[in-house]
Design a binder for this molecule. Structure first.
Ligand code: MYR
Length: 185
């Protein structure tokens, strides 16, 4: 029998990454399915996914800032680019294209180049109003809130609902000025 050729470290890591990504995708699918069973109403599941994402986002921002070395953004346009090119890449392995800015520079849209959350997913007819990826919009909203930006993050296109892309709208509602934490006596 021919000896088994050892695989290079790179090949093993690529394989581990792929398996981790699949496990993550399948685990997320199982969570959504459980929520649908428990909550029954699709609208409630949408809310719950958003809330779960928010709870993750408010914690994940620390890891993001520590690992990315990103410093304060000068405006919301820069923030959106950082999310699209650094944040999504770091936690989801994808990037997005930012566009469709309004005149004030407070609303834009992000088109995801890919969406690993939906691999293997098909929505049954009873769930056509489900925002399956609402966890993601919640994560972004939560993370931004921790850096003083109150936002509304919504899906405007969703391929699981028959659209031709995954597109998020980011709307800056309020930028809370950060206060100097110490009082001068
Ligand atoms: C700042 O001005 O303080 C920097 C703001 C950077 C915010 C970046 C938020 C990253 C959110 C990551 C989303 C990941 C989704 C999977």
């Amino acid at each position: 029998m021919a000896p088994v050729a050892p695989r290079s470290g790179d090949a093993i890591f690529a394989n581990v990454e792929r398996v981790n990504a699949e496990l993550f995708t399948l685990t997320y699918g199982a969570i959504v399915r459980q929520l649908l069973t428990d909550l029954e109403e699709v609208e409630e599941v949408n809310k719950q996914l958003d809330q779960m994402g928010y709870n993750i986002g408010i914690r994940l921002i620390d890891e993001f800032l520590a690992k990315s070395n990103v410093s304060r953004c000068i405006d919301f346009k820069e923030t959106a680019e950082v999310i699209a090119k650094v944040g999504l890449k770091m936690f989801l392995g994808v990037t997005a294209t930012v566009g469709n800015w309004d005149a004030e520079g407070t609303t834009c849209r992000l088109i995801l180049e890919d969406n690993p959350l939906v691999d293997f997913v098909e929505l049954p007819d009873t769930c056509q109003s489900l925002y399956y990826c609402n966890i993601l919009s919640g994560v972004i909203r939560g993370a931004l809130e921790m850096v003083s930006m109150k936002t509304e993050v919504t899906w405007v296109r969703d391929m699981l609902r028959g659209d031709d892309a995954f597109e998020l709208q980011l709307k800056l509602l309020k930028q809370v000025p950060e206060e100097y934490p110490y009082k001068d006596d």
